[in-house]
Design a protein around this ligand. Structure first.
Ligand code: 3PG
Ligand code: MG
Length: 398
């Protein structure tokens, strides 16, 4: 079912205080500098729309998982600077979420001004969707716009509670994410190839199982491939491996067989004698990982086969790296897959923080049709689940 969202275009925003929920959960280095601004740039179209129409804009977001208390390294202050630069106008920052200082800053805004609140998750009421907290947050504004697609799977106060209390609209980012990802759910052009990587099968099993019903080929790499290899009877040495997922993986493999779906697993791997960038390494067949060695990347033969599958597809979804791409000796597999996804003529969607970071590292971020800002949110949407942050926007507005 196609989701029709009421977007910010339908709102009268001029001169009004608009609370915008963004996902500014960006990576920071040890000096508090933003190392990847994808999520900040993705928020700009909605914010530009608002400031150009003289709205008084109050941005809010979470950063990291401070668990309801103040943790200085998760301050959103550095994001205000980056956002101001990208937006080309000053973004004021208030080190408060719903207290007196936030209220004063919000009510002091003049048309076209932008304010960023402190990290929502410094407040215990945020993740608990506490009604009192939601009430105070909503009280800062007259309208609400949700553009935090990456947090749309969280039923938190700033996502759901506030949307229930104010006239609520989708921002352009949230609306386009839902539209592009829904294409994969509803009308993927065949052959549809999904490439899944990342470390844990347990995180991805639900989406793997749901995707299997819709794809022609499922390609599995990354740390989670070892549970698949183990399920087919191979030894995996010291590789990442989830014993408690083996039965579920076997069921998935059997189902693929019955339904005539292809699941591609690595045939060769780059293994190392330690989990370290400078570990000794060699390339071995997937059937020959020895004890004391662990797979940290797919091998060249595998990478070429995965790239061929991507090149033969008409629709591609990629989530999760093929190996430890942050370390040059183990980056080749992820790079080959990233290049195939970037150059294929297929409609390409890339989801998830790590795959986005990999594309950015290889300079390919603008070479895919849709680069999702959501990790967990994009996977839950592709599982066919209803995201709380999306369904709340489908209610009639007050
Ligand atoms: C993300 O980075 O996946 C989103 O910002 C959501 O963050 P969370 O997983 O901590 O809720
Ligand atoms: Mg997450």
């Amino acid at each position: 079912m196609t989701v029709e969202l009421r977007t910010v275009e339908a709102a009268e925003v001029g001169g009004r205080r608009v609370l915008v929920r963004d996902d500014f959960n960006v990576p920071l280095d040890d000096h508090g500098r933003v190392t990847d601004d994808l999520r900040v740039r993705a928020a700009l179209p909605t914010l530009r729309h608002l400031v150009e129409r003289d709205a008084k804009v109050i941005c809010c977001s979470h950063l990291g998982r401070p668990k309801g208390r103040r943790v200085d390294k998760y301050s959103l202050a550095p994001v205000a600077g980056v956002l101001g630069e990208r937006l080309g106008r000053e973004v004021a920052f208030v080190d408060d979420v719903v207290g007196e200082a936030a209220k004063r800053a919000a009510s002091g805004l003049t048309p076209g001004q932008v304010l960023l609140l402190q990290n929502l998750r410094f407040e215990p009421g945020e993740e608990a969707n506490d009604p009192g907290f939601a009430e105070r947050l909503a009280g800062l504004a007259e309208l609400y716009v949700d553009d935090a697609f990456g947090a749309a799977h969280r039923a938190h106060a700033s996502v759901v509670g506030v949307a229930e209390r104010l006239p609520a609209y989708a921002g352009f980012l949230l609306a386009s994410e839902v539209k592009e990802l829904s294409r994969l759910l509803e009308s993927p052009v065949s052959p549809f190839v999904a490439v899944l990587g990342g470390s844990k099968v347990s995180d991805k099993l639900a989406v793997l199982s749901s995707l299997l019903g819709r794809v022609d080929t499922l390609v599995v790499g990354g740390g989670m491939c070892f549970t698949f290899l183990a399920a087919t009877g191979y030894g995996v040495g010291d590789s990442l491996f989830e014993q408690d997922q083996v039965d579920a993986v076997r069921d998935l493999l059997a189902r693929a067989e019955r339904e005539g779906k292809r699941i591609m697993l690595p045939t060769d791997l780059v293994v190392a004698d330690a989990f370290a960038e400078d570990a000794s390494r060699r390339t071995v067949p997937a059937s020959a990982i020895e004890p004391g060695w662990r797979g940290l990347d797919i091998g060249p033969q595998t990478a070429a086969a995965f790239a061929t599958a991507v090149n033969q597809a008409k629709t591609v979804f990629w989530n999760g790296p093929m190996g430890v791409f942050e370390w040059a000796p183990f980056a080749a597999g992820t790079r080959t897959v990233a290049e195939a996804v970037a150059t294929t003529g297929a409609y390409t969607v890339v989801g998830g923080g790590d795959s986005a970071a990999a594309l950015a590292q290889f300079g390919l971020a603008d070479k895919v049709d849709h680069l999702s800002t959501g990790g967990g949110a994009s996977l839950e949407l592709l599982e066919g689940r209803t995201l709380p942050g999306v369904s709340v926007l489908q209610r009639p507005t007050r």
